[in-house]
Design a protein around this ligand. Structure first.
Ligand SMILES: Nc1ncnc2c1ncn2[C@@H]1O[C@H](COP(=O)(O)OP(=O)(O)OP(=O)(O)O)[C@@H](O)[C@H]1O
Length: 309
């Protein structure tokens, strides 16, 4: 049976008159790398702050491994969480080792051998006397993660950790997340604007817009709903629709004036080409849809009526 590591049910949060979250329902299952996707100000950080108890006063239910927020067992469950929310915070004048030592002391960890072990795990073992202020952004992010990993959390929460990283650092970061997920058996909740990266790393996505959860979808569901689409551009869409309806039922949709997207997973470009041509329909273009999380997200937001905030 799937175990829910985190669940939010109808969670709402307001700042004065502004509603930052409206009835958000979200489930992170054990082993997930859950990608929380949303534009600036959509409520991602607010969700993470509520989970980690940095923010209180919300409506609805929040539970960690079945323990409801507000109970003492939630606080116990919180101790099994690692989080880097907003930018990683560390002492500028201290080295990676010294910063880690402070975190260990704060968390009541007396066996400091975990420090080098964790620094090695995040590939920061050789930073020696270099002070935090002289770290690259990628190094700062990795130290943030190392600090969140010292108590071997079951669940890691990372707010926009990829922001500002260069392409090489992004790849290294992705590899690190996969390593944490697999080798340390850690469930991860990660928010980001960089959707190509979230696509590469996540096993499940939640799309949030203007404080509302629009859709939750697994990577498999996303792949099967998007990647199979075949795009056909024709002059006469109604004539094409009649032919398609007869051949594949309603597994297609109109996009714009001249475009049809065929979503039947068993359809092939060659087969559709042959079918339409044999029925005298002139094809301007036919090809596989270049599917991406960006397209999916943009279409989802547009289907809600724009995307203005
Ligand atoms: N402490 C606060 N006081 C007032 N309004 C706030 C506060 N924190 C967040 N908000 C508002 O709540 C909404 C959601 O903000 P939040 O930071 O959660 O969004 P986000 O998705 O994390 O955005 P970003 O990607 O820019 O970090 C925004 O409209 C924001 O202005």
């Amino acid at each position: 049976m799937e175990t829910s590591v985190l669940s939010l049910k109808n969670v709402s949060k307001s700042f004065g008159k502004e509603k930052a979250l409206n009835q958000v329902t979200l489930t992170v299952r054990k082993g997930d790398i859950y990608g929380l996707i949303g534009r600036n100000g959509s409520g991602k950080t607010t969700i993470m702050r509520l989970i980690t108890d940095l923010s209180t006063e919300s409506k609805g239910e929040i539970a960690l491994s079945g323990n409801a927020k507000g109970t003492s067992s939630y606080h116990t469950a919180l101790q099994r969480i690692g989080a880097v929310i907003e930018t990683p915070v560390a002492y500028n004048k201290l080295t990676a080792y010294e910063n880690m030592k402070i975190i260990c002391i704060q968390k009541g960890i007396h066996d400091f051998s975990i420090i080098n072990e964790t620094l090695e795990f995040v590939n920061l073992a050789n930073t020696g006397k270099k002070k935090f202020r002289n770290f690259s952004l990628g190094m700062k992010q990795r130290l943030g993660i190392a600090m969140a990993l010292v108590n071997s959390p079951d669940f890691l929460i990372l707010d926009e950790p990829i922001n500002g990283l260069d392409p090489i650092a992004i790849i290294e970061f992705r590899e690190l997340l996969e390593k944490i997920n697999i080798e340390k058996n850690t469930t991860i909740l990660i928010s980001s604007h960089i959707l190509t990266e979230l696509y590469q790393v996540s096993t499940r996505f939640g799309f949030i817009h203007q404080g509302e959860m629009i859709q939750e979808i697994t990577k498999e569901e996303f792949d099967s709903s998007c990647s199979q689409a075949i795009i056909v551009r024709v002059q006469n869409t109604s004539q094409a629709a009649v032919v398609l309806m007869e051949a594949i039922g309603d597994k297609f949709r109109f996009v714009g004036e001249n475009e049809i997207h065929i979503t039947d997973p068993s359809a092939s470009v060659a087969g559709i080409n042959q079918l339409l041509s044999a029925n005298g329909i002139l094809i301007d273009f036919i090809g596989k849809k270049e599917s991406s999380l960006e397209n999916y997200y943009t279409n989802l937001i547009q289907s809600l009526g724009g995307g203005k905030k």
